[in-house]
Design a protein around this ligand. Structure first.
Ligand SMILES: *Cc1c(COP(=O)(O)O)cnc(C)c1O
Length: 360
């Protein structure tokens, strides 16, 4: 596997090489049955076991109690932007949202189709360079829920503590789920597209408090009602079997590594050395408020856009791809999810140091 390179893309992102190799080994002949998982019925014994293991792994890794349902959906995090208000927005009611950039803006736009949205906090005025504080937020009476984006993939900002709020807290954790220990009990619902930290695209994880399931209107189409997925074990229709299989392998890998405690330590180390390189250089700079810096997506700038383009090109030649910042903000973005090994970050830092010497 020496030809594998380091992919710093924001998503789909690199997967652990061990996981890719295991999937390759099992690709044509899963567990000796003579077919691959891609070819097997979702109601067959083999896939049912994969699905059960994926759920059990997720529950054990995130320490999820029986008060919560763990569901596998499709449509990405983007579908949750509308499915969430469809199910949890009270009729004629409102929900409260923190505006922390593009993904939250998209979530807000969809929610407005189903009720009123109140923006309780925003960092728009400072170009989303931080996450606004929502500590001990007292919701207005009857607030259906409070929505945050825990990690803002594009701007490189992240909530480091779970906001203490008094309405059900809903978080889009697409880009930092299972990157650190969190207390799931503080949330009403968590959702995440899998393709950043959990596996390939095609499956969306939804963790929802069971008592919230009662709030879904009875007249929702089946496929848009969380209760359908809950009552049918996410098997009302054909689930994305291969994506769930890959998620099961990634979750096995997390457990083998020692769980979220170990994963979080490594993620802290990776981001710390990278930020230190930026902060001590005078050549690279971080546009993000230090208290809000993401440990998953490290955004930085060079003195000019021309140097940034050169940096991206030369890094690619050295086997480091996906470093271009999101088109909305430009600059450089190094996405260092769970699967990015420390070696990858060290190689990037070595390259940064060399590049500065030559171009600084
Ligand atoms: C990538 C991303 C999304 C979009 O996910 P899809 O699965 O493509 O719909 C939403 N929210 C955040 C925070 C993301 O990083």
């Amino acid at each position: 596997m020496s030809s594998r390179i380091f992919n710093f893309s924001a998503g789909p992102a690199m997967l652990p090489t061990e996981v890719m190799e295991r999937a390759q080994k099992e690709f044509c002949n899963y567990n000796g049955v003579g077919n691959g998982i891609l070819e097997l019925s979702h109601r067959g014994k083999e896939f049912m076991e994969v699905m059960d293991r994926a759920e059990a792994n997720i529950r054990s890794i995130m320490n999820i109690s029986e008060d919560y349902a763990v569901l596998f959906l499709q449509g990405g995090a983007s579908m949750q932007f509308s499915m969430l208000p469809m199910n949890l927005m009270k009729k004629g009611g409102f929900a409260e949202y923190a505006d922390t950039g593009m993904w939250s803006t998209k979530a807000i736009k969809e929610a407005k189709l189903f009720g009123e949205v109140k923006i309780i906090a925003s960092s728009k005025d400072s170009k989303y360079d931080r996450v606004p504080t929502i500590r001990h937020w007292q919701p207005e009476e009857d607030s259906s829920y409070i929505h945050i984006t825990s990690n803002n993939t594009i701007y490189g900002t992240q909530y480091h503590d779970t906001p203490e709020v008094k309405a059900p807290l809903v978080a889009d954790m697409s880009s930092d789920i299972m990157s650190r220990i969190i207390d799931v009990n503080k949330y009403g619902m968590i959702y995440a597209g899998a393709q950043k930290n959990l596996g390939p695209s095609g499956v969306t994880l939804v963790i929802i408090k069971k008592d919230l399931l009662e709030k879904s209107p009875k007249d929702l189409p089946s496929m848009f009602n969380y209760n359908t997925y809950y009552s049918k074990g996410s098997m009302f229709n054909t689930p994305p079997t291969f994506s769930i299989y890959m998620l099961s392998l990634v979750s096995d890998w997390i457990i083998e590594k020692g769980g979220l405690k170990v994963v979080e330590e490594i993620n802290d180390m990776k981001s710390e050395v990278l930020y230190e390189t930026i902060d001590t250089s005078g050549f690279y700079s971080s546009p993000v408020d230090p208290a809000s810096r993401s440990r998953m997506n490290i955004v930085m700038n060079l003195p000019t856009p021309e140097l940034e383009a050169k940096f991206i090109k030369e890094a690619g030649i050295e086997g480091m791809i996906g470093l271009k910042g999101h088109r909305a903000v430009g600059g450089i973005r190094a996405s260092i999810y769970n699967s990015m090994p420390m070696r990858g970050v060290e190689q990037l830092i070595d390259f940064m140091t060399e590049f500065e010497k030559i171009n600084g």
